[in-house]
Design a protein around this ligand. Structure first.
Ligand code: HEC
Ligand code: HEC
Length: 431
């Protein structure tokens, strides 16, 4: 051996030494550190130092386990699963456990289920994640190929322990990003039309000139892009979802250049909270059982440009939230379920209330398929008027206006045309 390569060896040894003595540092009291020791004591001694599988395990699998970065799984799973869930401190335990869980197929190693999990790619993968995925895949495949022919591992199959994510399947399913996006679309995206005049880049040039690019938080025809942007720009507060700017701005809980666009407890607010509270819980991995998952809302809705105006509203109701529910005339009388609704504070000085309608339908009903057309069939409707006279929505945003808040019922017959200039007008009537 030349002097030079001797010196290089020394350098390597010296460089390696602090790593061992670092065991004392608190930083290394992580599972990863404990790992390192376990590998040293139990496995090195027992295994042939030249074992290819052990070398691969230490050089390529453990670094994935120790990495602070999320694995490629996070591209589709917001939480609930991570590749680290399938790694164990020792390769004996890991191999035995993955075989027992049918994640490794010892007969056909390249067909192992874990490799299939790792090779799942979204349609539009991120460049970085795709590199990570490639590395993970190659590391696992190389190790699995070596492990299935390692006699030391094949004779230790009794070392199996439970392996894989702890969360039940329902929770994993709920935390999938495609599910999260579906909830975003249903609860938030469907409502942002209310904000578009000032926040959509195709319509807000004036607002941008005056206030800056950040007012364009709606990404045109791109709900995923909009959600991503909201997260990047901190419009969503994952620690305290109720303090998200997405809520506090339009409710004027803090100053908002657009004024009051919704109030605490109204339908849009409830929907935004439904998404935000759930998103925060998923992102923080707070769900551990399927019972904790929020049940899906039993009503779906779409915002329309059909306007309803109520004249003659007593001024003493100024500022209170009025909710108008529309029931349609059917062969058997007024429909039991509302078919449209609208809620907004009363403008007392003008003895006036007006707002656009949202069509509403029980989930999975025939009407639910129709409402996407944003049309209300012409004809007779009963408009039930509820007023929040006690401020109960603000006290408890989840509360609903019920029979005790009903102040009157008005019949209306209209073709329900769309457009601000073509409102259906009714007179207020109190019972
Ligand atoms: C391209 C998106 C995508 C990636 C990346 C992805 N998954 Fe999934 N995962 C899914 C989908 C979609 C399902 C539901 C599949 C189904 O029902 O067949 C799922 C389901 C699961 C399940 C539920 C049980 C099962 O057998 O279906 C587990 C566990 C899981 N994935 C683990 C992982 C792990 C671990 C990774 C990373 C190594 C990962 N996934 C990467 C999309 C992905
Ligand atoms: C009439 C115009 C207008 C409407 C409609 C409007 N806004 Fe705004 N909004 C503004 C202006 C102007 C700003 C910039 C000044 C400010 O931050 O208050 C703003 C700022 C915001 C911000 C902060 C953006 C940032 O990155 O700083 C959020 C969040 C927001 N609005 C949410 C909403 C929501 C949600 C709606 C619909 C329910 C809505 N706005 C409707 C005018 C409007």
């Amino acid at each position: 051996m030349s002097v030079q390569s001797h010196r290089r060896m020394l350098v390597i040894l010296v460089a390696a030494a602090p790593a061992c003595s670092r065991v004392e540092e608190p930083r290394l009291k992580s599972p990863a550190a404990v790992l390192g020791q376990a590998v040293d004591k139990s496995e090195r001694a027992a295994t042939d130092a030249n074992s290819e599988s052990l070398t691969l395990f230490e050089s390529r699998i453990l670094p994935i386990f120790q990495s602070a970065k999320p694995s490629s799984c996070s591209e589709c799973h917001l939480s609930g699963v991570d590749l680290k869930d399938y790694i164990r401190p020792t390769q004996r335990e890991m191999f035995a456990s993955l075989v027992a869980a049918e994640m490794i197929d010892p007969e056909k190693p390249d067909d192992s289920k874990i490799l299939r999990f790792i090779s799942r790619r979204p349609e539009r993968p991120g460049i970085i994640t795709d590199q990570v995925r490639q590395q993970e895949f190659e590391a696992f495949r190389a190790w699995i190929r070596a492990a299935v022919i390692d006699p030391d591992l094949l004779t230790a199959l009794d070392k199996a322990e439970p392996i894989g994510p702890e969360a039940p399947d329902e929770v994993i399913r709920h935390a999938r990003k495609d599910r999260v996006l579906a909830s975003f679309i249903e609860n938030v995206w469907t409502e942002v039309g209310r904000c578009a005049a000032c926040h959509s880049p195709d319509r807000n040039q004036e607002q941008v000139n005056k206030h800056g690019e950040q007012v364009s938080w709606i990404k045109l025809r791109d709900p995923q892009g909009t959600l991503n942007y909201m997260l990047e720009a901190d419009l969503i507060d994952i620690e305290n979802p109720e303090l998200s700017l997405l809520l506090t701005k339009p409710t004027m809980q803090i100053e908002h250049g657009g004024g009051q666009k919704m109030v605490v407890g109204d339908r849009t607010y409830k929907q935004f909270r439904r998404f935000l509270d759930d998103y925060a819980a998923v992102a923080q991995g707070k769900y551990t059982t399927s019972q904790q998952l929020p049940p899906p809302g039993d009503e779906i809705s779409v915002v329309t440009d059909i306007w309803l105006k109520i004249e003659g509203v007593p001024a003493n109701y100024d500022g209170m939230l009025l909710q108008a529910d529309l029931h349609r005339w059917t062969e058997t009388g007024w429909s039991e379920q509302r078919v449209a609704t609208s809620d907004r504070p009363i403008f007392g000085k003008g003895n006036l209330w007006q707002h656009s309608l949202s069509l509403t339908a029980p989930r999975d009903s025939a009407w639910a398929k129709e409402i996407v057309g944003e049309k209300l069939p012409p004809g007779r409707y009963l408009v039930k008027l509820y007023i929040d006279r006690t401020g109960k929505l603000e006290k408890d945003f989840a509360s609903e206006l019920g029979p005790e808040d009903l102040v009157g019922e008005v019949e209306a017959e209209s073709d329900w045309p769309a457009g601000y200039g073509r409102m259906t007008v009714i007179g207020f009537r109190e019972e």
